[in-house]
Design a protein around this ligand. Structure first.
Ligand SMILES: NC(=O)c1ccc[n+]([C@@H]2O[C@H](COP(=O)([O-])OP(=O)(O)OC[C@H]3O[C@@H](n4cnc5c(N)ncnc54)[C@H](OP(=O)(O)O)[C@@H]3O)[C@@H](O)[C@H]2O)c1
Length: 263
């Protein structure tokens, strides 16, 4: 059946008009694509990351200081998270959409994992994301949307990913718990699970980039869609989860992974 004019008009509206969104890791790769899509869909966006140069570049792409906010900090440092939310409160007064996306994809064979490596990865990927959400609660609007970036690696046994995949599996679990705990406030909590996506994560895996690309290529060969994903393809799912289109979706994980987890 053809859409009525009203339905078509609603479909064409910007999806995130009047919403305030915070995106950690919003200065690179997937997070940057999410921040840019949110901005294009009408949201006021705050990004958070460690690298001042890429924060500045991304802020420019988000309409500059007049329209958006960039805060420098580390998700493993509670005081930096406090600084983020103080700045967001002062500027926008609330958070409607929170994307706990900052993360590292470092890999290392199980027998070579030492305590430092274990702590670095779990502190950023699990503990950092955990407190990113907890510390946002006082500002988080009733009816808001929270999402974590997990990974298709939680669904497969991939060599070298013992710490990374487990930290992200913990986030998948947290997604379910928080969906239940925050439901009385009608806050929806979901996960987006990317497969291999072309970002600087590949260069930061802790192994030579060529080797990393080759290893990830072996994963895509097993997928129905045998290619790397693009950050924008992940961002499209984030817009859906952030918007009223996903008003009945919580506790879920959306795989944006070329079929990696399901086929
Ligand atoms: N690319 C993939 O294939 C893939 C697949 C599955 C899941 N993911 C997940 O997607 C998310 C985004 O990764 P990406 O691929 O877009 O990689 P990326 O381009 O390297 O971006 C990672 C982002 O996280 C930020 N970040 C890392 N550690 C941080 C810390 N301690 N404090 C604050 N910010 C921190 C980085 O900020 P700075 O640059 O300022 O350090 C950067 O903005 C990650 O959670 C990753 O695990 C990626």
């Amino acid at each position: 059946m053809a859409a009525t004019n009203t339905e078509a008009a609603e479909y064409n509206e910007r999806k995130l008009e009047n919403k305030v969104a915070v995106v950690t890791g919003g200065n690179s790769g997937i997070g940057r694509a999410i921040a840019e899509r949110f901005h294009a869909q009408g949201a006021s966006v705050a990004i958070f990351g460690r690298n001042q140069e890429t924060l500045n570049e991304t802020l420019d792409a988000l309409g500059g200081e007049d329209e958006s906010l960039a805060v420098r900090g580390d998700v493993t440092n509670p005081e930096d998270l406090d600084k983020l939310y103080a700045a967001v409160e002062e500027r926008f007064g609330r958070v409607d959409v929170l994307v706990a996306n900052a993360g590292v994809g470092k890999i290392r064979p199980f027998d070579e994992v030492d305590e430092d490596f274990f702590d670095t990865v779990t502190d950023i990927d699990f503990k950092g994301a955990f407190f990113t959400v907890q510390k946002a609660l006082p500002l988080l609007s009733d009816g808001g949307s929270v999402m974590f970036t997990t990974t298709g690696a939680t669904e497969k046994g991939l060599p070298g990913m013992s710490v990374y995949a487990a930290a992200k599996a913990a986030l998948r679990s947290l997604t379910r718990t928080l969906a239940a705990e925050l439901a009385p406030r009608e806050v929806r909590v979901n996960a987006i699970s990317p497969g291999p996506v072309e970002t600087s994560l590949v260069e930061r895996m802790g192994i030579p980039t060529e080797q990393a690309t080759e290893e990830l290529g072996k994963i895509t060969e097993q997928q129905p869609l045998d290619r790397f994903g693009r950050p924008e393809e992940v961002a499209a799912a984030a817009v859906f989860l952030a918007s009223e289109d996903a008003s009945y979706v919580t506790g879920a994980k959306i795989d944006v992974d070329g079929g990696m987890a399901q086929v």
